[in-house]
Design a protein around this ligand. Structure first.
Ligand SMILES: Cc1cc2nc3c(=O)[nH]c(=O)nc-3n(C[C@H](O)[C@H](O)[C@H](O)COP(=O)(O)OP(=O)(O)OC[C@H]3O[C@@H](n4cnc5c(N)ncnc54)[C@H](O)[C@@H]3O)c2cc1C
Length: 558
């Protein structure tokens, strides 16, 4: 059995090692275009920042290591140029020239390439991308020798965020430029707002809704689509990744509807002797059931393992991915799983969303840090559709619980019942995951209906006079005085029972506090006093600030 694997990093290296564990007799060859195999591309930003000091730690395996440990032949600096499916052979070009090598099973693990946006001056010597170890070496050498004072990063996704922190750690003044209205555009705007605020607090400038138009290396500047000019001794492009499909196209393999390579549930391509894995393939989104591309390391590694098993005749299904991810933003963390509120709406669900903002552990135990947790659900079935979180502690723990719940197709009823570990330094007797489920269930049952910041903003902008909600702010006087929504009526929660006559009847009411808890109590008071059309702004003031775009009156300094 001759197996060729094209691509030797995440999916490819995993496939090779798995293939050997299944078969001691298979002849396994890995073809890798670059000079390194099995390196930690997720770790590259941390070498630039200095968090990882030894470059060698990023190189997880070498061709010699593959040979001695696994008896696998790794050919680096060797590119696969053509697949001859009829003759089951691949044309490769390496240091010793070109040759054809035959296979019985072929695994494509070619990943993707960073997108180069159409920017004038993109080929200048101070413009970088960060995808491979050589990319990292070039960038590192430039920083060491040129000592740029300023950097502009195009793209506010996870690589852009990690690199903003890395450049900042190197003493470089950073501006992050994102074309869409928020950074981390795959998450809902509240989280983009929270991330932005933290970046700005730590000294990173953020520009959204604008695109990099030109790099002017001579003046160490870039020009944006809105005409602004920014100082940029260094420019990093991180605006996304495109699957590497030239070879698959040349071989006539079927491509999918989202621009990736099509594979079946055994990760087999349209050719029964060719499997594929990693960033180049399209997979099923386990929540929406749609075909998607999720270029992430976890799915790539698991797919590599499965593709190798199937190629060696050990059937294994790949049931899809949910896109769980986590990013460090200075001393905070943000994480995501499943569908965002926006994606769930676009997928046609009767979408509900609940946000809670509270200490990550028992409020009476010292050291609590605010955790913002949002769950997205189908209001018809109460099925969990996704989760997003932000905070300094306990963020990824909650998202991993939600990711597990998504895998099990759990409902909010299941989440409400989850028996999670608890002691005061770690959580509360009702974990934030339980609490978010309670809030969501109260919304679905009508006990305490919710409105999200996005819906409220739409209502305030578009609804006619009769449907424009009264904004009822039940925070205390000091909180209200410091900053409040324009036109909001302030009745502190503890006074509400005695001041009900001040609340107009017959109008829709949106009630809010700081986190959504006091406003839940207020809503219950109002409902039990005959106010029918009341909704609680989920995430309340935290969501208002994070979402942005609301008219806010602030206390003037005098
Ligand atoms: C800076 C950075 C940070 C990241 N951080 C995270 C993170 O924190 N979490 C996360 O989940 N994901 C992260 N990712 C994404 C993750 O690394 C990728 O999803 C993963 O590496 C994809 O694995 P892959 O095997 O499909 O492709 P790759 O790892 O890209 O490997 C593909 C390999 O195929 C080779 N190749 C392509 N065509 C040919 C050819 N014709 N002949 C020979 N060789 C070929 C390429 O040279 C490449 O080495 C990060 C990526 C980068 C760049």
């Amino acid at each position: 059995m001759r197996i060729i694997i094209i691509g030797g990093v995440a999916a490819g290296a995993t496939a090779a090692a798995r293939a050997r564990r299944i078969s001691e007799t298979a002849e396994i060859t890995v073809i890798e275009r670059g000079p390194y195999v099995s390196y930690a591309n997720c770790g590259l930003p941390y070498f630039i920042s200095g968090a990882i000091q030894k470059r060698s730690r990023l190189l997880l395996q070498t061709p010699e290591g593959f040979d001695s440990r696994y008896a696998i032949k790794v050919r680096v600096d060797t590119e696969a140029l053509e697949i001859d499916r009829a003759a089951k052979r691949v044309r490769v070009k390496g240091p010793e020239g070109e040759e054809w090598i035959g296979y019985d099973a072929l695994i494509l693990a070619q990943g993707g390439n960073p997108v180069t946006p159409p920017i004038e001056g993109a080929e200048a010597a101070n413009v970088f991308r960060l995808w491979t170890v050589p990319d990292m070496d070039r960038l590192h050498a430039f920083i060491q020798t040129e000592k740029p004072a300023s950097a502009v990063i195009a793209g506010g996704g996870f690589v852009g965020l990690e690199m903003a922190e890395a450049f900042h750690a190197r003493g470089i003044a950073v501006t992050l430029v994102e074309l869409l209205p928020t950074v981390m555009p795959g998450m809902d705007p509240e989280f983009g707002g929270l991330i932005r605020r933290r970046l700005e607090d730590r000294g990173v400038a953020v520009v959204t809704g604008s695109r990099l138009k030109a790099v002017r290396s001579a003046t160490h500047e870039v020009e944006l689509s809105d005409g602004r000019r920014l100082p940029a001794g260094l420019v990093l492009l991180s605006v996304g990744v495109r699957p590497e499909l030239a070879l698959a196209r040349q071989a006539g393999l079927a491509l999918g509807e989202c621009g990736g390579l099509e594979v079946d549930k055994y990760l087999c391509t349209s050719d029964p002797a060719i499997w594929a894995a990693g960033d180049m393939v399209e997979v099923i989104h386990k929540v929406s059931g749609r075909r998607v591309r999720l270029p992430l390391a976890g799915p790539a590694n698991r797919q590599g393992r499965i593709a190798a098993s199937n190629a060696l005749g050990v059937p294994m299904k790949y049931r899809g991915a949910i896109g769980s991810s986590v990013v460090k933003v200075f001393d905070a963390t943000t994480a995501f799983t499943g569908l965002s509120e926006a994606a769930a709406r676009a997928s046609g669900y009767d979408t509900g969303a609940a946000i809670i903002a509270r200490d990550h552990h028992a409020s009476y135990y010292p050291g609590g840090r605010e955790l913002v947790l949002k769950i997205v659900y189908d209001r018809k079935t109460a099925r969990l559709l996704g989760g997003q979180a932000w905070g300094e502690e306990g963020v990824e723990k909650r998202i991993d619980v939600l990711a597990t719940a998504l895998q099990g197709r759990m409902t909010l009823h299941d989440l409400a019942e989850l028996d999670l570990s608890y002691a005061p330094p770690y959580s509360s007797a009702n974990d934030p995951v339980n609490l978010a489920a309670f809030v969501g269930l109260n919304d679905i049952s009508g006990f305490s209906p919710l409105i999200t910041a996005a819906e409220l903003k739409r209502l305030l902008e578009e609804a006619d006079e009769a449907e424009r909600p009264l904004l009822l702010d039940v925070r205390n006087l000091g909180e209200y005085a410091a900053a409040h929504l324009r036109g909001a009526l302030n009745i502190p929660i503890d006074e509400l029972r005695f001041r009900l006559e001040e609340v107009p009847r017959g109008r829709p009411i949106v009630v809010h506090c700081y986190s959504g808890f006091r406003s839940h109590l207020a809503l219950r008071i109002l409902k039990q006093n005959g106010f029918e059309r009341v909704r609680n702004l989920t995430g309340s003031w935290v969501a208002i600030l994070a979402h942005g775009g609301f008219e806010i009156e602030r206390e003037t300094e005098n």
